[in-house]
Design a binder for this molecule. Structure first.
Ligand SMILES: Cc1cc2nc3c(=O)[nH]c(=O)nc-3n(C[C@H](O)[C@H](O)[C@H](O)COP(=O)(O)OP(=O)(O)OC[C@H]3O[C@@H](n4cnc5c(N)ncnc54)[C@H](O)[C@@H]3O)c2cc1C
Length: 273
């Protein structure tokens, strides 16, 4: 099947993109890498009248840093992150996650912002950015607003984005030198979305000890105080986290998510960071 006809615009800045989306009155759609939207267009699951291509917007492709944080433009590709083109504010976590997304052809075009805006519960950035307690920077006709990534995602394929709003960038707090992380995803073969994700971050200097049960049926389940799982892996506490993520009923699901957490902890303690 082919996509239904649409108009196409490639604005030069964020304000122009927002204006185009506002003018389209709900019939406009942002396109970034097109790795998720492309198939949806071709299957006619999405039939926008206007596509607003944001890849030419310099601000959305930029990466800036301060001593405290790294701000990554929404159009930065998985490949750019994988290739270490960004300052390493996360002690290697971002490049390691990027390298395991799909395969290189997808990573060359797919973007951090596109992945987050698409809000697939099994997507790697959705879960990694929740682990990092990152902040999403949005812009619409009323101006700019910031939301924690955990508030940005409302559910499977549902976010806080209004129809005429753009995800401009994501801000991540810089990890300290003592920070350690572990990330593990189960997928049947390379290039597939995860069936289960376990992720952990311990950063004592910043008093952070978080875990994520990921690839749930909805939003990532964040354990904000994960000492009982991350510092010393206590199986009962890990199972409690899996159950709190709504994955307790099916024994296969429960075991897979439990094992993902356990392996993430093992990677963290075994020098996975
Ligand atoms: C074969 C295959 C395997 C894959 N495997 C994985 C995997 O293992 N892990 C993983 O995490 N992902 C995987 N993906 C998804 C991939 O990472 C995509 O890049 C990502 O989901 C979407 O990014 P994109 O830039 O292509 O967005 P697009 O497809 O262009 O857009 C996706 C959605 O987000 C919206 N959007 C995009 N950018 C913005 C923005 N800046 N502001 C507001 N809305 C925006 C679009 O309107 C659309 O609704 C896979 C994809 C394919 C095709």
């Amino acid at each position: 099947m082919k996509a239904a006809a649409f108009d196409y615009e490639k604005p030069a800045d964020v304000a122009a993109a927002v204006k185009l989306l506002s003018g389209a009155q709900g019939m406009g759609k942002v396109i970034a890498g097109g790795q998720s939207l492309g198939p949806m267009l071709n299957l006619r699951l999405a039939q926008p009248q206007l596509l607003v291509d944001v890849r030419g917007i310099a601000e959305m492709c930029a990466v800036t840093e301060t001593p405290e944080a790294l701000t990554i433009g929404a159009c930065v590709t998985h490949a750019r992150i994988e290739d270490g083109k960004l300052p390493d504010a996360t002690r290697g976590l971002l490049p390691a996650v990027a390298a395991d997304i799909a395969y290189r052809a997808v990573r060359n075009r797919g973007t951090l912002g596109g992945s987050l805006a698409h809000a697939d519960p099994a997507a790697d950035w959705v879960n990694t950015l929740a682990l990092l307690d990152a902040v999403a920077i949005l812009q619409g006709p009323a101006g700019r607003r910031e939301l924690k990534v955990t508030e940005f995602m409302h559910g499977p394929f549902a976010t806080a984005l209004a129809e005429d709003e753009l995800l401009v960038a994501v801000r991540i707090a810089r990890l300290s030198k003592a920070a350690r992380w572990g990330y593990y995803k189960f997928c049947r073969k390379t290039g597939e979305f995860a069936e289960a994700i376990g992720a952990m971050l311990v950063d004592p200097e910043r008093k952070v000890c978080r875990a994520v049960v990921g690839a749930t049926t909805s939003v990532p389940h964040v354990v904000a105080d994960a000492r009982a799982i991350a510092e010393r892996f206590m199986p009962d506490e890990a199972l409690k986290a899996v159950e709190a993520a709504g994955l307790g009923d099916d024994p296969y699901e429960r075991q897979m998510h439990f094992a993902a957490l356990k392996r993430a902890a093992a990677r963290m303690h075994g020098g996975g960071s």
